[in-house]
Design a protein around this ligand. Structure first.
Ligand code: NAG
Ligand code: NAG
Ligand code: NAG
Ligand code: NAG
Length: 199
């Protein structure tokens, strides 16, 4: 009797420990708020561990690498980047970088960041969804101000809309995220989606 109770307790304790450690693994945040900016030593991960947003190094030109902010599939190797925030504004690798929500409620990416006391007039949160969409949400109304799905880079993801405004533009090269010369968009005359080379 005593043994079985002891076994039960032990089993119970182990189960709790497993739940806790699982919880800790799953606990990575999926938001950037005014109080919690994102530094280059961290990433955010969508709630279901599908997508990750963070900093990555890419080639700027033949002699220079720079820092970019992007979204890629969580833990997928090789890393598959589906969106780049600053493809034509790379930051220097030497500087300390941070993505934060500014007083203007927009998302900023900079190397000149000083933490300030924000007015609490509004409460915007950037959230990375399991679809790969990064949304800027108004904390009070829940309204979506902005979303990366409406500003794609070179990748079409399920959930995006194929509208007349949709435009995907290639990277310059495999290792250079900057705006390249191939565009995927709707051809006005033909009513077809086409891939065009920029002249
Ligand atoms: C990341 O860097 C920031 C700023 O340099 C620092 O405050 C923070 O503790 C660091 N976080 C981790 C997890 O190392
Ligand atoms: C840029 O980064 C790549 C990959 O990390 C590396 O192989 C290359 O040598 C770097 N180039 C420069 C100019 O630092
Ligand atoms: C921010 O607010 C706190 C508490 O109100 C205050 O102690 C601190 O000095 C303020 N910091 C700045 C940079 O204004
Ligand atoms: C800000 O919004 C988040 C959700 O986006 C909510 O959890 C939090 O309580 C809000 N804070 C304030 C001060 O309104």
């Amino acid at each position: 009797m005593e043994i079985s109770t002891h076994f039960f307790n032990m089993h119970f304790t182990i189960s709790i420990m497993l739940v806790c450690s699982k919880f800790r693994i799953c606990h990575a945040r999926d938001t950037i708020t005014k109080d919690t900016p994102l530094y280059s030593n961290e990433t955010i991960i969508s709630a279901g561990n599908i997508f990750e947003l963070g900093f990555f190094t890419g080639q700027v030109d033949d002699n220079r690498n720079g820092s970019f902010v992007g979204i890629w599939y969580y833990k997928l190797q090789p890393r598959t980047i589906v969106w780049v925030a600053n493809r034509d504004q790379p930051q220097s690798l030497d500087s300390k970088q941070v993505v934060f929500i500014g007083e203007d409620n927009n998302l900023h990416f900079t190397d000149k960041f000083t933490r300030r006391n924000f007015t609490r007039s509004s409460n915007t949160t950037a959230k990375l969804l399991d679809t790969g969409n990064l949304v800027l949400i108004d904390g009070q109304s829940g309204k979506i101000w902005w979303q990366s799905f409406k500003h794609p880079t070179d990748t079409f993801l399920p959930g995006m809309k194929m509208t007349a405004e949709l435009e995907l533009t290639s990277w310059i090269e495999l290792s250079r995220p900057g705006t390249g010369i191939y565009k995927f968009k709707l051809d006005e005359d033909e009513k077809l989606y086409v891939i065009k080379k920029k002249r």
